[in-house]
Design a protein around this ligand. Structure first.
Ligand SMILES: NC(=O)c1ccc[n+]([C@@H]2O[C@H](COP(=O)([O-])OP(=O)(O)OC[C@H]3O[C@@H](n4cnc5c(N)ncnc54)[C@H](OP(=O)(O)O)[C@@H]3O)[C@@H](O)[C@H]2O)c1
Length: 273
């Protein structure tokens, strides 16, 4: 499909943004379905003017990434209940200049997890209390999981735990993973080039599902340790994929070609590793 006067523009705003894999996934999806859409990446620091630009130019759908997920909220016309509960917006829909913020990160995480396991009533340890952990914890709460939040800074674990009615602890409490059904790692530990894991191998067991939200590299130290311990694995890239799939469907109104988007994502990731 060539770009013409009817082409709808979607984009991602962030800073930095040049390593984003979202343009690859969305554009591959548009191409596969022959949709007259194009998706660009904009590195921005002036959020107020970027939002004014989105409104004025009629940019159809916008993904929002670090560090703007909180800042954008005050410039939007409406924030849906999910994004309000999570306290962050990763998606903006432009309906005739009315901008609504939502959040697809939690949906991405839950869909990735549910490919491997039921969540209801499961004992879930979440390591981390930052943005990714927050979105996931709210998804887990909706699914009625029994949640424990563990974080380096205990106060942050406590604050998040209070919001999602979970237990909390700090990194000295990791041994309780031995009694968990699901472990979700959501800190920056293990991101390329740091080949480390916060989780001692001896706490991993074969009845544990291990979800590492870190997606670069795909095979983190935690994932490798978990494979050796016989755990079921959920890769971080699956969350990235499914949050984009949810955005694609919001932006275009049609079912996303998941396999095409996954292939584009994995090709892009392979170049980064
Ligand atoms: N797969 C996906 O789709 C997806 C989506 C979003 C994010 N992510 C990944 O999730 C990870 C976290 O991102 P985020 O946005 O949540 O970041 P964030 O908001 O900055 O939170 C960072 C988290 O990491 C912890 N942390 C940082 N350094 C640590 C260390 N040396 N030891 C132990 N804990 C440490 C922080 O603990 P303190 O509170 O103690 O500082 C906090 O819990 C990143 O790897 C990111 O790439 C993946």
């Amino acid at each position: 499909m060539s770009i013409n006067a009817k082409t709808k523009l979607c984009c991602i705003i962030g800073n930095p943004v040049e390593h984003s894999l979202s343009p690859l996934m969305h554009n591959a999806g548009y191409k596969a379905l022959g949709l007259n859409f194009v998706y660009m990446a904009f590195q921005i620091s002036d959020v107020a003017n970027a939002i004014a630009g989105i409104r004025a130019l009629g940019i159809h759908g916008t993904s929002v990434t670090v560090p703007h997920k909180l800042t954008v909220m005050k410039y939007l016309d409406e924030i849906d209940e999910t994004a309000k509960a999570i306290g962050a917006v990763n998606t903006i829909i432009n309906d005739q200049a009315k901008l609504t913020g939502t959040n697809t990160d939690y949906e991405g995480a839950i869909r990735a997890l549910e490919e491997k396991t039921k969540i209801e009533e499961k004992r879930v340890t979440v390591v981390g209390a930052g943005g990714a952990a927050r979105a996931i914890a709210f998804g887990l709460k909706q699914k009625k999981a029994k949640i424990k939040i563990i974080n380096r800074t205990k106060e942050r674990a406590q604050a998040l735990a209070k919001e999602v009615r979970a237990e909390h602890g700090d990194l000295t409490d990791l041994s309780q993973i031995k009694n968990s059904d699901i472990l979700i790692h959501a800190t920056i530990t293990g991101m390329h080039p740091d080949n480390k894991s916060l989780v001692p191998k001896e706490y991993l067991h074969k009845n544990l599902v291990v979800f590492d939200v870190v997606y670069n590299p795909r095979e983190t130290k935690l994932i490798n340790d978990a494979k050796k311990a016989g755990c079921q694995i959920v890769y971080g890239y699956k969350m990235l994929l499914y949050q984009a799939v949810a955005q694609f469907e919001l932006f275009t109104g049609v079912k996303a070609p998941v396999e095409v988007m996954e292939e584009a994502l994995l090709k892009g990731l392979a170049k980064h590793e």
